[in-house]
Design a binder for this molecule. Structure first.
Ligand SMILES: [Zn+2]
Length: 400
């Protein structure tokens, strides 16, 4: 099926025999439903088969009792252009992450672009170009069709409110990690965060020690003063603040607590636990902070889910919510939840073959990553049995 501008549309899609339906909503993580109906990329029905209109689908998928969750949202990536990263000179990394269940990536700045401009007009031009280029690539099906929300300028000293207004008017919705440019002081950052917020742009701040030689240290006092929407890699990227400092961020801020794969794993576990104890689990969101010096981790999101569920002892269905619905709500995205009206971005999973766990959730709680059997974006099948995860016991099939 074709829609405007030649973009492929899903038509009517029926998914039946879902064994476990994870909603992405940590307040109600498991839905009593086995059937989903999609029309042109949007969820139109969620329920029991007998209660849904499953007639005459353009595409019929038998989930064969596997689990379905919203596609994973990687809250912290560093794309550059196309499905290529100069950080590790790797081609196809975005499509490889699709095979790890990721359907949305959020840029924390296109900082690895060789010769990245640091003058203000150059910063703005790069942000607008990156936003356009990744949206265009997605519509053309590049990078496996993953939604790469890019165009995240790294703010520099000397920017004025009009610069934020200009970028917002041009479609830029994010700021790159504060602290990677020349703005490193809390008061200066706060003013720019406020300008960004006023014009509808979200902000993220680098937290902890420098990522690579030449980048800076941002401590908890600067993070609190800047008051960005997302406390980026609260567990360091890689080098973490002390646990005491991270507790201060949990307790004195109400902003999103972003835990990343390319950070300190001990602090990742402690932060997740602390958020549960403080009764603010809705603030926990997950990312990889890749590509980075540690490389690209196509299974990084699944590894984070297994790590936090098993080591912080948080039910797996809640941790899947950290990687989907929490990010959707903290970042005001339509995707990431299984609800009527939401985009049909799904990952189908089952326990990995020979896992000690008796089912998907049990296997994740035991620390095993699941097997991915299919990924859909906008109701379109973007990959079937993953080439990257361990093989799932059962996988969905395309009936027609
Ligand atoms: Zn960072």
């Amino acid at each position: 099926m074709s829609g405007p501008a030649g973009v492929e549309r899903s038509g009517k899609v029926v998914i039946r025999n879902i064994g476990l339906l994870l909603s992405g909503d940590i307040d109600r993580p498991i839905l009593e439903a086995d059937t989903l109906v999609v029309q042109d990329g949007v969820i139109t029905q969620v329920g029991r088969a007998a209660d849904c209109d499953t007639s005459e689908p353009h595409r019929l998928i038998d989930a064969r009792g596997t689990a379905l969750a919203p596609g994973l949202i990687d809250s912290h990536t560093h794309p550059v252009f196309g499905d290529w990263t100069p950080r590790q000179n790797q081609i196809g990394w975005i499509e490889s992450c699709l095979n790890g269940g990721v359907t949305t990536m959020i840029s924390a700045g296109e900082v690895h672009l060789p010769g990245r401009p640091k003058d203000i007009v150059g910063v703005k031009a790069l942000a607008i170009t990156a936003q356009r280029a990744f949206e265009g690539m997605r519509l053309a099906g590049g990078g496996g069709g993953v939604r790469v929300l890019a165009g995240a300028p790294v703010i520099e000293q000397g920017m004025v409110e009009q610069d934020f207004a200009d970028m917002a008017a041009a479609g830029v919705r994010l700021l790159g990690e504060i602290g990677l440019g020349s703005v490193k002081a809390g008061d200066e950052a706060r003013q720019m965060v406020n300008w960004a917020r006023k014009h509808g742009m979200q902000s993220t701040i680098h937290t902890g020690g420098p990522s690579i030689a030449g980048s800076g240290m941002i401590d908890e006092l600067v993070v609190l003063e800047a008051d960005a929407d997302v406390i980026g890699h609260v567990n360091g990227g890689h080098t973490s603040l002390s646990y005491r400092a991270v507790c201060t961020l949990c307790e004195k801020s109400s902003r999103a607590l972003e835990i990343v794969h390319n950070g300190n794993e001990r602090i990742a576990i402690l932060t997740a636990r602390h958020a549960m104890e403080l009764k603010c689990p809705h603030r926990v969101i997950l990312g990889t902070d890749s590509p980075a010096g540690s490389g690209v981790q196509p299974l990084g999101m699944l590894r984070m889910i297994a790590l936090i569920s098993s080591m912080a002892e948080i039910p797996a269905e809640i941790v899947f919510g950290f990687a989907t619905g929490n990010t959707a709500r903290m970042r005001d995205l339509p995707q990431g939840l299984i609800e009527v009206g939401r985009p049909a971005d799904f990952v189908f999973m089952d326990r990995a073959q020979h896992s000690a766990g008796r089912d998907l959730l049990d296997s994740v709680q035991l620390g095993d990553i699941p097997g991915v059997g299919m990924v859909m974006i906008d109701g379109l099948v973007r990959c079937q049995r993953s080439r990257n995860t361990p093989p799932a016991v059962e996988v969905p099939v395309i009936v027609s």
